[in-house]
Design a protein around this ligand. Sequence first.
Ligand code: ADP
Ligand code: MG
Length: 245
Amino acid sequence: MTTAATFRWSEGTATVTKPVLEVQELRKVYGEGEATVHALAGVSLTVDRGDYVAIMGSSGSGKSTLMNILGCLDIPSTGRYLLDGVDVSRLSDKQLALVRNRLIGFIFQSFNLIPRTTALANVELPLAYAGVKSAERRKRALASLDMVGLADRAGHEPNQLSGGQQQRVAVARALVTEPALLLADEPTGNLDSRSTEDVLKIFADLNAQGRTIVLITHEAEVGARAKRLIRLFDGRVRSDERNKR
Ligand code: ADP
Ligand code: MG
């Protein structure tokens, strides 16, 4: 049986050649009999380190299902998922939680910051879960806030920040653990065009620094800013193309 202790984590600069994620023939079936839904009907894709991928598709095409599996929030019915070289297709809930904390930085449409809690404390939180000591947490959280241009807002609480600023805090929080993958679900869905631009600029900068980003979006303008665009249709990859620069 696989246990957390047997995972081979990649430590920082160790190996750079293996894909960040690799899924093979992923299927997710909901319900049974006449009510059976094939939310994912055989999805295979590989994302290399440093890529920036947008996933698009109409409602019901399987985006959320795929995102939940890529984010280790759910497991596939069948198929394989290697995340940073670790086979996560068949882990227990507890093991998945560990993988999430260690390997993935999440960014949600609704920011999901903790209210009445400073930006700094929000960004420190994943480090606290990971058992990092207070002084080190603070230092790393400040560096992360600095990366999104909000070092001077560290003491502000979410309701004292604009939507765009809140999402930048959420990006800082996603970054702070140095995850292998930044996973964003409609990250600009609640933002006006100016804040959308701010967040996309940060994604572009982070990607230029070598961060791997996978995001889901409904917005063609957002999809166009990624390096690669994957379109889902009926639980399958309909197209997978490099965006022209
Ligand atoms: P999208 O995010 O692209 O709108 P989803 O991944 O949410 O698509 O859904 C894909 C298909 O799977 C849809 O037909 C949806 O109704 C179905 N589905 C999603 N989640 C469930 C669930 N928990 N139970 C039953 N069917 C589901
Ligand atoms: Mg969805």
